[in-house]
Ligand binder design. Structure first.
Ligand code: T3D
Length: 262
């Protein structure tokens, strides 16, 4: 499959998807959004893919929505329909990430701003280089949080810290992000690829179905009360105990009867 805004590479058990618009700090256009969604869906169907990695080309991870394109529309007198943009582009992307059986890792190689930060937050895990920064830049451009940040950020770092980051629009350095649990690991730039490779090797040695169910169980429990979370855990454990493969789970389209998406 050909992509104009992405690079794709397989390395061991990992498939790397690199956002490739470095001249605009890998800002999202509708095209890049659609291509990322397609690349993600196709990577997750690869039988030997145990980890999907999203990273950025050049010095940035992703600077959020392409504001140049928005500016051009504004100059041409077009009122932006941001709800449409979100519903058609970002929301399906975040849902696809959540539904993927494999863990998705953000390899944050530089600044992650606006929807670029949301993208990193929607991943299951985050490694960052020591010079990376995270910015909830929405308020700085007259917008509110989107592409899942209002949901993921407080769940990752707690309501107080999420409120500060979202309301102030202040950048958060990688080390501080690690200290509050937003990032799992911070590494020097030249150690990012080996660190991801080691994680991919680790995941490749684990049963894929169990990894997939663990991802699903973690996310599902966030939305349930204790009683229902316990029930869901018990169902997943029933399936795990029978040694169901990730392929079988994917072919079934879901984990429990009547739950195509989860
Ligand atoms: O519209 C919808 O669909 C709704 C969805 C909205 C979601 C959002 O993401 S809203 C938030 C959008 N993003 C931002 O507000 C971030 C804007 N960028 C910045 O604040 C800064 O660029 C950074 C803090 C990320 C990095 O700063 P710095 O000093 O390292 O780089 P720079 O000089 O500002 O940018 C370098 C180049 O990238 C520059 O282009 P040039 O002058 O070299 O030709 C700049 O215009 C370009 N660039 C940076 N961000 C964007 C961008 N081009 C297009 N869109 C961007 N978002």
């Amino acid at each position: 499959m050909d992509y104009e805004t992405l690079l794709l590479e397989r390395a061991g058990g990992a498939i790397w998807i690199t956002l490739n618009r470095p001249q605009a700090l890998n800002a999202f256009t509708a095209q890049m959004n659609g291509e990322l969604r397609r690349a993600l869906l196709s990577a997750t169907k690869e039988p030997n893919c145990r980890l999907v990695v999203i990273t950025g080309a050049g010095r940035a991870f992703c600077a959020g929505q392409d504001l140049q394109a928005r500016r051009q529309g504004f100059l041409e007198g077009q009122a932006p329909h941001l709800r449409d943009s979100l519903v058609q582009n970002y929301n399906p992307l975040v849902r696809a990430m959540r539904a993927a059986p494999q863990p998705i890792l953000a390899a944050v190689n530089g600044v992650a701003a606006g929807a670029g930060m949301s993208l990193a937050l929607a991943c299951d895990l985050r490694f960052a280089v020591d010079e990376a920064t995270f910015i909830q830049s929405f308020v700085r451009v007259g917008l509110t949080q989107d592409s899942g940040s209002s949901y993921t950020l407080p769940r990752l770092v707690g309501f107080g810290r999420a409120s500060w980051l979202a309301l102030s629009g202040e950048p958060l350095a990688a080390a501080a992000a690690e200290a509050i649990g937003l990032v799992n690991r911070v590494v020097p730039k030249d150690e990012l690829v080996p660190a991801v490779r080691a994680l991919a090797d680790k995941l490749s040695a684990l049963p894929a179905g169990v990894v997939a169910m663990t991802k699903r169980g973690l996310h599902r429990a966030l939305e349930l009360d204790l009683v229902r979370a316990l029930e869901y855990e018990a169902w997943l454990q029933e399936i795990a105990g029978r040694g169901v493969s990730s392929t079988a789970l994917r072919d079934r389209g879901g984990f429990l009867p009547g739950q195509a998406d989860g």
